[in-house]
Design a binder for this molecule. Structure first.
Ligand SMILES: NC(=O)c1ccc[n+]([C@@H]2O[C@H](COP(=O)([O-])OP(=O)(O)OC[C@H]3O[C@@H](n4cnc5c(N)ncnc54)[C@H](OP(=O)(O)O)[C@@H]3O)[C@@H](O)[C@H]2O)c1
Length: 254
């Protein structure tokens, strides 16, 4: 408890899954949170839940492909809570999958826009507020896909998410001297809407489950706790990492 007391955090992709659970955990740990995604009704119900539990939250709905949306999220943090300490840039999509020779240029570009360019734009506007604050912690949501494991049919997703690891390293090196830490969390398969949409048969679920050393998929809470660690002062000497939280998927061949 209270690991984020006095901190102000932006969380994107907060309308469901990993982002939603992380927003609730951050608020329970004392952070004031600004929650973002496109689905306003889901964000409003999340804010109501956080407030009912005694936390503080503000919702701002928008599309992460818009640079103006990132400016507005930071402005909302400053307007309501006067500073920005933490950003969990987590919104993401599987994008257009299937045989790579069939993937459209528009589908590939859109996947990069949501998963990679949006994360850059988010950081671009969060960093000045963190510099003014004298410190900050940014966490991106990447994945094992395209980093430790190549999966057929995931070219756009893999390219966009592994690009985040380069972005993490560049920003960590550039802003480390200003006490801003930047890390990426790399979940294994996590039981969320995205997982269920992609693994929509018992066979697919059995296949993906067996890939993990722990022989199960993860929960959004298990990722949220890792993000809490990376975002908090507990990780004060941790920056530039690609932090696998994947149930051993990347190291097992059994
Ligand atoms: N589940 C897994 O197995 C897994 C594994 C590794 C990495 N990840 C990553 O974890 C992150 C969260 O995914 P999840 O599993 O929690 O799935 P999810 O429940 O589908 O969450 C995706 C979130 O991203 C938001 N989002 C998508 N496109 C957006 C856009 N253009 N503008 C604003 N928000 C947008 C969605 O909100 P709206 O639809 O309301 O806009 C939603 O809140 C993603 O980056 C995903 O790639 C997931």
């Amino acid at each position: 408890m209270n690991r984020l007391t006095g901190k102000v955090a932006i969380i994107t992709g907060a309308s469901s899954g990993i982002g939603r659970v992380t927003a609730k955990l951050f608020a329970a740990e004392g952070a004031k949170v600004i929650v973002g995604a496109r689905r306003k009704a889901e964000l409003d119900s999340l804010v109501a839940e956080i407030e009912a539990e005694g936390g503080k939250a503000v919702a701002l709905a928008g599309d992460v492909r818009s640079e103006d949306y990132h400016k507005a999220l930071v402005a909302t943090a400053l307007e309501h809570f006067q500073k920005l300490d933490i950003a969990f840039n987590n919104a993401g999509t599987l994008g257009e999958g299937g045989p790579s020779t069939d993937v459209s240029e528009a589908g590939f570009a859109d996947t990069l826009a949501i998963n990679l360019t949006a994360s850059f734009l988010a950081a671009k506007h969060q960093i000045p507020a963190m510099l003014a604050n004298g410190a900050g912690s940014i966490v991106f949501t990447s994945t094992f896909v395209g980093y430790t494991v190549g999966f057929p049919g995931t070219a756009a997703y893999a390219a966009s998410k592994s690009g985040l690891i380069g972005l993490t390293q560049a920003l960590a090196a550039e802003y480390g001297p200003h006490n801003i830490r930047v890390n990426a969390v790399l979940p294994g398969a996590i039981e969320t809407d995205m997982y269920r949409e992609h693994n929509d048969t018992a066979d697919k679920q059995a296949f993906i489950t067996a890939l993990h050393a722990l022989k199960r998929v993860g929960t959004p809470e298990e990722i949220a706790r890792s993000v809490l660690y990376l975002a908090s002062d507990d990780a004060s000497f941790v920056t530039g990492t690609a932090s696998l939280v994947d149930g051993g998927l990347s190291i097992t061949r059994t």
